[in-house]
Write a protein that binds this ligand. Structure first.
Ligand SMILES: O=P(O)(O)OC[C@H]1O[C@H](O)[C@H](O)[C@@H](O)[C@@H]1O
Length: 538
């Protein structure tokens, strides 16, 4: 790391404009490909030496060994002593991946087959509600990994929807479930309760509300016909009173934020059908194979991760923005926030010692072009440098709106170019003068119209957003998070940082209800609770 830092201090690719001027091959040399997917990182301030140093860092930190351990089912989630096998969820049926000596692939495919039968039945109307009507609406109740992936992917794959309408309820705020159920008819509504642990308070509470919604109109007996459940805790699901054919399991070696490939993906499968879902898995599998086999310097997740490390550790950038120029990927940044920040937001190493360096950055973003009219000001002229990852498809799904897609592409390319080139004060002054400004006016405004430039970005290009390319894109980011975690020296697969707030919420509920004086809580928290209690209507 110290070599990377001094390399950075010595001014690696200090001027990107110069780097492009002096090396006509730069864009070609710093673009990686996997089929139609391209990853252009030439607008990042890296040189061949940077890449050599990053590859050396990957070797020093054992990324490749760790990768082999992950794919082969070793318990690399050391704190929880679990294997990490989301890759097994998209493995080919004849693969052999062992956990404790047992090949898990047959179980994975058995669940996929059960999901396929169930989603076929919902989609073709052969599985019906208590009053004999086909389902028109499916409500998925889950949160975190049991929500973000399905929400993101169903939105992303809207052109492939051919089943009932999908709805998602996650927030414990009653507004969410109330607004969602408001337009629905219990007779034609199927509810999926999705929770890895089947204990998450938000999900259990919303599930109870949805149960009332069904039962109040259709009676208790309708529950079996109007509910399905997805969980690893099949014993807990049993208490919900569902038929076995309505319960879809997965395994403790699937992390919540890596679970949309499992039965947690049921709403996606219901929306797009099992063939498209198989394509989605195949896209991820293609990325898995590439990640496992491509040499580091040609390996997209490796390089995306290593450049992430470069930006975070050597350049000290605190965040990164993910900007899909694709409206249907509007929830992709939110999905990545959980994937990345819940994985790599740690300050203790896998050995239990405090980290000597930073770990995962803040991840955020919104789709382009909308972001351009909101926070791009800061990206271009703010005092923090924020690396951006642009995502753009060559083709949309609206052939009659190709002119809009061209505009979208031009905007995406323009933003990365503007971030890289910037505009010097001399250029700003000259432009003002050319526009008819007086010398004094040009002098006055030029600093405000100056763009520092040299702001790094990576552009991911693919042919079109399809189930396959979406699967591949998600897997790219999953593996990038893995690569970064290895370099930071952390366990990416636990999430104990979410526990304390949950515990305190449980303890504060009686205080909010006025049933406890809250001894042991701090004065601010108690005063806030008292103020709110005073404002509460019965
Ligand atoms: O699927 P569940 O067990 O209900 O968990 C839902 C979510 O809540 C937890 O707090 C974790 O932070 C997430 O990783 C998880 O995805």
């Amino acid at each position: 790391m110290s070599r990377l830092k001094s390399h950075r201090a010595n001014g690696a690719a200090a001027s990107l404009r110069d780097a492009f001027r002096t090396d006509p091959e730069r864009a070609r040399r710093y673009t990686l490909a996997l089929d139609d997917l391209r990853m252009d990182f030439s607008k990042c301030a890296v040189t061949d030496e940077t890449l050599d140093l990053l590859a050396a860092l990957a070797a020093e930190t054992g990324v490749e060994d760790r990768r082999a351990q992950m794919f082969s089912g070793e318990a690399i989630n050391a704190t929880e002593r679990r294997a990490v096998l989301h890759t097994a969820l998209r493995a080919a049926a004849d693969a052999d991946i062992r956990v404790d000596g047992e090949n898990v692939v047959p179980d994975v495919h058995a669940v996929l087959e059960a999901m396929g039968r169930f989603s076929d039945g919902i989609r073709d109307g052969s599985i019906r509600g208590a009053t004999g009507k086909a389902f028109t609406d499916v409500v998925n109740i889950g949160i975190g990994g049991s929500d973000l992936g399905p929400v993101m992917a169903t939105l992303a794959l809207a052109p492939y929807h051919s089943g009932p309408s999908l709805h998602f309820v996650s927030n414990v705020d009653g507004a969410h479930v109330a607004d969602t159920l408001a337009g629905l008819d219990p007779e034609t509504t199927l509810v999926i309760v999705a929770s890895k642990t089947f204990t998450t308070i938000e999900t259990m509470t919303n599930a109870a509300t949805a149960r009332d919604f069904i039962v109040s109109k259709l009676g208790e007996a309708a529950v079996a016909k109007h509910f399905a459940a997805v969980s690893t805790a099949l014993d807990k699901v049993a208490k919900f009173g569902l038929d076995e054919s309505r319960v879809f399991g997965f395994w403790d070696w699937v992390g919540g934020r890596y679970s949309l490939w499992s039965a947690i993906g049921l709403p996606i499968m219901i929306a797009i059908g099992r063939t498209h879902f198989a394509d989605f898995l195949a896209g991820a599998r293609a990325m898995d194979t590439h990640f496992r086999t491509a040499p580091v310097r040609e390996n997209l997740p490796m390089m995306l991760g290593l450049i992430g490390v470069w930006h975070r550790l050597a350049c000290g950038y605190p965040s990164r923005a993910i900007i899909p120029y694709e409206q249907r990927l509007s929830r992709f940044p939110a999905y990545l926030q959980q994937l990345d920040m819940e994985s790599n937001g740690k300050s203790v190493g896998i050995d239990g010692e405090p980290l000597a360096t930073a770990s995962g950055p803040i991840v955020w973003g919104e789709p382009g072009t909308n972001g351009q009219h909101a926070f791009f000001q800061l990206l271009h002229q703010g005092t923090d440098v924020i690396p951006v990852e642009f995502i753009i498809a060559a083709n949309g799904h609206e052939p009659n709106l190709a002119h809009q897609h061209e505009l979208l592409i031009a905007n995406c390319l323009a933003q990365s170019e503007a971030l890289m080139r910037g505009r010097s004060t001399d250029e700003a002054r000259a432009q003002l003068l050319a526009g008819g400004a007086s010398e004094a006016e040009a002098e006055r405004l030029a600093p405000h119209k100056t763009f520092p430039g040299n702001r790094p970005s990576i552009t991911l290009v693919h042919d079109r957003l399809t189930p396959f390319s979406l699967g591949r894109l998600i897997a790219l980011y999953e593996h990038r998070v893995f690569v970064e975690a290895q370099v930071y020296g952390i366990n990416a697969f636990d999430q104990w940082g979410v526990e304390l707030g949950k515990e305190l919420a449980t303890a504060l509920l009686p205080v909010v209800k006025g049933e406890s004086d809250g001894e042991g809580h701090d004065a601010s928290t108690l005063a806030l609770a008292a103020t709110i209690r005073g404002m509460r209507k019965a």
